[in-house]
Design a protein around this ligand. Structure first.
Ligand code: FAD
Ligand code: ZN
Length: 466
């Protein structure tokens, strides 16, 4: 058999077309439309775009590509921030976009059986229509897919209450590189019959198999949402506030911290007025989800009153309507505007234990503003989970961007943190993985990859360092 690299794009396209047919194989569209996620990682025009519509068709695609050693870029909603789904030279794209059916919602058990290409927002809306709730939430909800959320073990704004994507998955169907179908669509919480294999694929960024179906655990639909924005004089106060609120607000569902530069830039780009008359170093957005609005409101009011008395916060605004709540969330949700405005930029997503967070941020702020004076360095994050985000840019010179990444990851490692709290490794962080995983762990990852994908056709040259 001919080696894959010796075939031209046209030959490969024709081979795929002959085997899989025109209902599945599409010619690549212009690059910007198809093969780039939200990172500034490189991308090449793919050989073809493969759009299967069922698990059987995904299996057929994989069996054929494995036989011919055609490498694949697996693409969900393309909202990733580490370049993992971008296509590389010689790769065909395997798109999950046409696997977009919500198969069944069990209104008694509160479970949903869905195909992997269903978007997060689609499931959120469908759950609500059935009087249930899917709590996972992030800014890219309109485009990101549940398969992508599972492949990256997405976090988002409500992890503090409901956990990450992993916590919501009861069952998974995965197609292995050779086309083998592993169907374990459990609808039960407990299943200790042998290894819990689905855990291997959650967060594996398309390295070990293609997720085609999921069973999701929904939650009771809350009917009362309270949102408030607090102003603080420093990060230390935010950890005090978190402790206070956790103690008195069991309904606490979000605790999002934003540094003042972040709020100002986000407001400026969206044309929003600043939230308070005065400016403060730190803002914390809090949300509770409950079932009795007057009880929830008075619980939040009392908690904020206490925080004011204890001088943990300096000011606060409690949304009086859903519209006001949306407005308060807008400051936090300016991520897409910021990522666009600061391109080319780095979007860091790190975690560190709360007691070390203050020192790490001060350290980074000082280093970055001294070394990269022309750039913005905007800090924010899901502080309740010890998860810090930083958008830093623009960096027209790739060498500067690389120096920034090196410096930042060294600092994170020195503080014992992780270089990825929720976005994954992809290509952007591949060479930095050693900061967060030992040689033995990376070796084991490589062995697992070799076992499940011996010809390395699934997202090659990503995640695991060569
Ligand atoms: P893609 O970007 O298409 O792919 C991501 C990775 O998963 C790639 O490696 C891809 O190959 C693989 N993959 C995709 N689908 C499958 C599949 N079916 N089977 C196997 N592998 C697959 N992330 C968070 O965790 N928390 C946040 O708060 C958050 N906020 C964001 C805000 C904005 C504005 C943006 C743009 C992104 C944000 N993200 C966040 C990152 C991103 O949205 C998530 O990582 C999301 O889970 C990716 O889903 P996707 O469908 O877009 O995947
Ligand atoms: Zn996040």
């Amino acid at each position: 058999m001919q080696a894959p690299s010796s075939r031209s794009h046209l030959e490969l396209f024709e081979l795929l077309m002959r085997e899989l047919g025109e209902h599945m194989v599409k010619a690549p569209k212009p690059l910007h439309e198809t093969s780039k996620d939200w990172s500034d990682a490189p991308s090449s025009p793919p050989v073809a775009i493969l759009e299967p519509r069922s698990s059987e068709e995904v299996s057929q695609v994989l069996a054929f590509c494995n036989r011919l050693q055609i490498p694949l870029a697996i693409q969900g909603g393309m909202t990733g921030l580490v370049g993992g789904a971008n296509s590389m030279p010689g790769e065909a794209v395997l798109s999950l976009a046409k696997l977009n059916r919500i198969e069944h919602i069990d209104t008694t058990a509160g479970t949903a059986l869905i195909q992997a290409g269903v978007t997060l927002e689609q499931l959120q809306n469908a759950a609500e229509e059935h009087d249930w709730f899917f709590p996972l939430d992030l800014g890219a909800r309109g485009s990101c897919q549940l398969g992508g959320n599972a492949a990256t073990n997405a976090g988002g704004n409500r992890v503090i209450r409901y956990g990450m994507m992993r916590n919501a998955i009861l069952g998974l169907e995965v197609i292995l590189a050779d086309g083998t179908r592993l169907e374990r669509l459990d609808t039960v919480i407990k299943n200790n019959a042998g290894f819990d294999l689905k855990q291997l694929f959650i967060g594996s960024e398309g390295q070990l198999g293609v997720i085609t179906q999921l069973v999701i655990q929904l939650q009771p639909r809350p009917s009362a949402r309270c949102t408030a924005l607090c102003a603080l004089d420093g990060l230390t106060k935010s950890t005090q506030l978190l402790k206070l609120l956790k103690g008195v607000l069991p309904e606490l569902s979000a605790f999002e911290v934003m540094w003042s530069d972040y709020v100002h830039e986000s407001a400026r780009l969206q044309g929003l007025a600043l939230p308070f008359q005065a400016q403060y170093p730190i803002y914390v957005l809090i949300e509770t989800l409950g079932h009795d609005l007057s009880l929830s409101v008075s619980a939040v009011e009392n908690a904020l009153q206490q925080a004011l008395l204890d001088e943990v916060i300096l000011d606060a605004v409690l949304a009086q309507s859903e519209q006001q709540a949306q407005k308060l969330w807008s400051y936090r949700e300016g991520v897409s505007e910021l990522l666009t405005a600061l391109k080319p930029c780095a979007a860091f997503d790190v975690s560190v234990s709360l007691p070390k967070m203050q020192a790490l941020v001060l350290d980074l702020q000082e280093e970055l503003t001294n070394r990269f004076k022309e750039q913005h360095h905007l800090f924010f994050g899901h502080l309740g989970d010890g998860n810090l985000h930083l958008i830093s840019g623009p960096y027209p010179d790739p060498e500067d961007l690389h120096a920034l990444e090196e410096l930042t990851y060294q600092r994170i490692a020195a503080y014992g943190g992780s270089i990825s709290a929720e976005h994954g490794i992809g290509v952007v962080k591949r060479e930095f993985l050693h900061h967060s995983k030992s040689k033995e762990e990376i070796d084991l990852m490589a062995q697992l990859k070799k076992l499940l994908d011996p010809k390395s056709i699934l997202n090659p040259q990503r995640v695991i360092p060569s």
